[in-house]
Design a binder for this molecule. Sequence first.
Ligand SMILES: Nc1nc2c(ncn2[C@@H]2O[C@H](COP(=O)(O)OP(=O)(O)OP(=O)(O)O)[C@@H](O)[C@H]2O)c(=O)[nH]1
Ligand SMILES: [Mg+2]
Length: 253
Amino acid sequence: MTKISIVIPALNEETGIGPVLREIPIATLEQMGYETEILVVDNGSTDRTPHIAREQGATVILQPVRGYGNAYKAGFANASGEIIATGDADLTYPFAMLPLLIKKLEQEEVEFLNTDRLTNLDKSVMSTSHQWGNWLLTQLIKLLFGCPFKDTQSGMWVFKREIWPKLNVRAAGWPFSWELKIEVYRRGLKCAEVPIAYRARVGEVKLQTLRGGLDAIFNVFRKRLQVALDSNKSPEVSMRDLLLEPDPAQRTL
Ligand SMILES: Nc1nc2c(ncn2[C@@H]2O[C@H](COP(=O)(O)OP(=O)(O)OP(=O)(O)O)[C@@H](O)[C@H]2O)c(=O)[nH]1
Ligand SMILES: [Mg+2]
């Protein structure tokens, strides 16, 4: 039986974590032939997040070093499934879509599948500053790296675990999300992107828009420099073989 590791970073998400874990369609995945393990990565929540996660049957991993990227690194290091699926603990991502996303990954032999929140975005669920920030960063990343994902900040991905050791993702914090996408693209992995219905957050917002945005822009340029230095060492990196458009049937998801 193929195993799926669902990795969820959670910092003080006691309102969201319970409903998020209940939304994961474990029974449907099992009928499809998949075993599921759920890993919630915490770094010192001061509320009931880890307690609720355990109550709902998840394994809680304690990452001593704070940061969104650090949480994912600990989660991936502990994941034992052949497939990894991710998402936030704040009820924004539709975990109910996992069976469809996994089907797409398997049937089209995709190695990394991103979800796109922006194409069908209900504008009332994301602040205007975040909408602009997401758009700007996505354009900048397209310009500097040629990376064609429509939503470089999306936090819901489904991918083959075996690709993770090939990627050089250094970010400890928020930039982890877009750095991961730059890495899968520049390594020439087979990618896809599927539009999803993003929802309003429950619980407390963690990202500071202005500081986060300025930080992101600085980090994107730094990454560009690192990639330039790195490509000198490995010019054979393949940039193609991308499959980005979901098929028409997938658009209605
Ligand atoms: N373990 C861990 N989880 C974190 C940390 N920072 C954020 N998270 C979690 O990572 C996920 C993404 O963080 P969010 O605060 O939702 O950030 P966002 O999705 O960019 O922004 P909004 O949802 O719009 O507020 C959530 O589940 C957070 O609880 C951290 O330092 N450690
Ligand atoms: Mg979120």
